[in-house]
Each structure stands twice: as C-alpha cells, then as structure tokens.
Design a protein. Sequence first.
Length: 293
Amino acid sequence: MTTATAYPSAQPPGAVSVEELQRAWRAVQAGQFRRPHPKPAQTRTTASDPACASPPSPRVWVPAEPVLPVLGCAGSVGASTVALALASVATGTGGTARVVECCTATASGLAGASTAELGQHPSGWVQGTRGQILLERASDILVGPDNVPLPANSRHPVTLTVLDIGWELGQLLASSGWLGDQVLQARRLVAVTTATIPGLRRLEGALAMLQGIPVAAAVVGPRRRNWPRMVHHSMGALTRQLDRDGDLHQVPYDRDLANRGLDSAPLSTALLTAVGELLHAGDGAATTTGKPS
C-alpha cells in the first residue's frame, strides 16, 4: 500500500495575490505590459477597399465626457449612494450627469432610484432618469467584470459619468476589458468605506493595490471627533498619508436611507454637501476624459 503525499499549496489554482497585482500594476506604469485588444479576422482586401481600415475593438470605450470611478472597499458600504450623490452634485450647475452601475443585475442598488423608467436600451442597459441624471444598470446576470457591456452612447452631452464599479477590487484588477482599464487609467478614483476598524483595513488594502492612481476616500460614519479611539488608531500608513493630503473625506451616515435603500426620495442636504466637498476638492485633478479603454 502506498501513501499519497500531500503538498500544501500556497494558494488555490487561479488565485492572484496582492503582491502579483501590485507587480502587474508597476509593470503597467513602466509600459512593460499592455492588454492587447483582439485583432479582427484577416480578410483579402485591396488598398482601395474601405475594409482595409481596421474597425475598433467592440470592447473599447472612448468617452467624450469626464469619467469618475467609484469603488466600494467592501459590500454595503454606501458606494452606490455616494455615486448617485456625486452625479447629483455635478448637475447642480444645470448640467446633466450619468451613473453607470456596473454590477450584475441581482446586486443593483439603483433599481429603485429612478423617478422615471425608460426601459431597456438596445445596448443592453436598463435606463431610468432622476431629474438631470441618467441611470443605467445591467439587465443580465454578469459573472465577472469582463462581462459588463459598454456604456450606451448618450444622446445628449453629459457633464460627468460616474461609474459605480460594483466588483471586488482584486477581481477587477485581475480582469481584462474596458472596466478594469477605466480604473487603471483613472486620473482620480473615489474609494468608499465605513468608519470602522474593518472598513479602514479594507481601505488600506485598496490603497495598496491602487498605488499610482490618485484616490479620494469617502468614509461613511459619524463625525471624526466621534470616532472611537480604536478606529482612529486602526488607520494604516497609506490612509494616514491620504488624510494628510486632504483626501480623506467624511460622509454622514443616514440611518433612514440605510434602512430603506435608495429610492426616488431626494438625498439629504448633509450627504450632498459632504459629497460636494469631495467632488470639488478634485477640481484641480482631471478625471479620465476621452481615453480609450
């Protein structure tokens, strides 16, 4: 009788460590790594044939407007609420904005936020409006970030598109496609977390994976002076640096909103004021505009 020898595995097959993600991102910054888009099939054409011009990849998105990605450091931290509030503030000067909710249909936090439903767009997105904001959410079950369809072309000029990412950061960075590109190429990104020890730990982990990308953090909870001492002490080195740079923003916790979820009711003045300070703090740092992804 032989005995099988078990060799412990450092991580399950297909898993990607934080260190690997960081190395990949450093390679991106150094120009050593680019995800090539699939090449169109070769056909026999002549130089005068219009088909000689290679069509763009169907997974490339070239937005005409500024794009601001919003990432939840964990589930149910209020990322969709912050995304909607950012779009609401962006329309305060009379412009129009859009929120593209990139998660699978069954995880939608914006399903009840519209004041008018427009139905399903040919691009596959379910659209609705909320004042001057266009809301787009997935109509299908999406198994990963690679399956998120391209945002629909807007009929009217948009002041700002807010991407409500809706995926775990490690999974997103390990994926390919336009959504991961928008995060990697972002000139500014908003990370949302809670004023708790687990929340600040998740923020620190996200900042470690996003080094090289300007990040503003929205911390949902009580005022800083009311944080328990242990929560203050749980801030990591990257979070403290973010705080020193003025990019750690307090967002008030709305118990009523947390209980009922986003619906057609107006967002509170306190929430809009706090998110407005976050948005305008980045006026000097451009968001991603017109960059192919």
